[in-house]
Design a protein around this ligand. Structure first.
Ligand code: ACO
Length: 401
């Protein structure tokens, strides 16, 4: 390699770091994470305390604007969101065009992009006021799109929420309202979802968030940046793991429940199988979110009087992994997605909707990171490369190849 080719025009040296394992892409004041000690804080507040005491919309406000809101600030924020909850009727036609078998993450990513066509003023955000308008719009419309995507799969009528309710209560009602309009609120369901959404709300520069920041850095609008984040989250190595975990646990159950057999598969380097829900790029001790979710899974199943045999399989796998040298040496612990699917299932949410639930939770984090990137006037994201291809070659006409 010609060393001169590694010099950037800012006179730095281009470093090669596949997967950005050691590269910081920005300065951020939103989320603090210590992977060795298993610490996660949003704007300085511990995730344990927020999951216990806060409401999801308060956490949205905290992440996006940096401070916990006062009663008045929260009320204004919620009112501004409610005023934007209408989704253009033509979006229903787009939704109708998707096959019933379409994965909801693909549908949601497309619908979120499509929102731009109906809200063109959301793209050019030259002031904080413009940003705020775009932010409340997406916070208002995304839960509607998520509920519609779910209801469309079940062939249920699509309608709007109930403005008298809190943000999460309203979302739960939009999801589960019967065609007759009948709906009974279940506090266990709302509380569990509130906690799960908070735990997923931000996680600094993960794959989907980095995607949102990099797409937004070209000054593409907020909605398409979020749409790209949804696509990134869909993958099984990222948010799609919550669906993959429950499918894996089901497969182990169907196979007779021999967890050791699947542990052996996960360790076999010839076998592409990985223990889904284990391992994390930054947590090398434990994922603090997984601890909270494991306890919540126990509580929710008990409250709802559900016995789920896959919970026992999950606990057995965790116990074996914690004692297994392969997992110990590589510091592979259960991550946020390991137990979340068990709760979603207990709440009556089908497996294909697990990753959309994650997306709804991560929405404020994506927004906060996009806003920070724009306010910091960050340059366009444009990584360099180390070229390892052919040297100059002469063109060969097709008949001579
Ligand atoms: N099962 C078996 N082995 C694993 C697993 C696993 N789940 N995860 C990592 N390993 C092994 C790798 O094979 C590798 O072994 P080697 O050193 O012998 O080659 C070593 O542990 C390090 O793994 P990497 O893939 O290099 O770690 P990386 O930081 O790149 O990947 C990731 C992290 C993607 C989360 C990975 O652990 C994984 O695929 N886990 C399963 C999918 C999952 O649960 N994803 C959700 C993550 S949380 C989130 O996104 C919300």
């Amino acid at each position: 390699i010609d060393i001169k080719s590694l010099r950037s025009d800012t006179n730095g040296v281009v470093t090669l770091d596949p997967g950005y394992k050691n590269t910081g892409s920005c300065e951020s004041a939103i989320t603090f994470l210590d992977g060795e000690k298993g610490i996660l804080r949003y704007r300085g507040y511990s995730i344990e305390e927020l999951a216990e005491k806060a409401r999801f919309l308060e956490v949205c406000y905290l992440l996006i604007f940096g401070e916990l809101p006062t009663e008045e600030q929260l009320e204004k924020f919620h009112n501004d969101i409610k005023a934007q909850s209408h989704v253009d009727e033509d979006v229903k036609k787009i939704l109708d065009g998707f096959p019933k078998s379409a994965h909801p993450m693909g549908v949601l990513s497309s619908l979120t992009s499509a929102l731009v066509a109906f809200n063109p003023s959301s793209v050019n955000v030259d002031s904080e006021e413009d940003m705020y308008k775009a932010i409340v719009k997406i916070l208002a419309k995304f839960p509607v799109l998520t509920a519609w995507t779910y209801r469309k799969r079940l062939g249920l009528p699509l309608d709007y929420g109930d403005d008298s309710l809190r943000y999460v209560d309203n979302f739960v009602k939009m999801m589960f309202k019967k065609p007759s309009g009948e709906y009974t609120s279940k506090p266990t369901v709302v509380d569990a979802l509130n906690k799960l959404l908070i735990l997923h709300a931000d996680h600094e520069q993960n794959c989907s968030t980095s995607t949102v920041r990099i797409v937004g850095s070209s000054h593409a609008g907020l909605f398409v940046s979020i749409s790209a984040g949804i696509a990134a989250l869909w993958g099984p190595l990222h948010g799609g793991a919550n669906q993959a975990v429950i499918e894996m646990l089901e497969a182990i159950k169907e196979d007779g429940g021999d967890t050791k057999k699947f542990m052996a598969k996960a360790k076999d380097k010839e076998d592409p199988f990985r223990l889904m829900g284990f391992g994390h790029r930054v947590y090398k001790n434990f994922d603090p979110r997984a601890k909270i979710i494991k306890k919540a899974a126990d509580d929710v199943l008990e409250d709802l009087g559900i016995e789920d045999p896959v919970l026992d399989i999950a606990k057995a796998l965790e116990k074996e992994a914690l004692e297994d040298p392969y997992f110990v040496e590589r510091k592979l612990y259960p991550n946020v997605d390991f137990y979340s699917g068990i709760i979603y299932r207990a709440l009556g949410i089908p497996v294909e909707m697990f990753t959309p639930m994650f997306a709804l939770g991560r929405l404020p984090g994506w927004i906060a990171q996009w806003r920070e990137m724009r306010l910091q006037k960050e340059p366009i994201g444009r990584p360099r490369q180390i070229y390892v291809g052919a040297n100059l070659r002469s063109f060969v006409p097709i008949e001579k190849r």
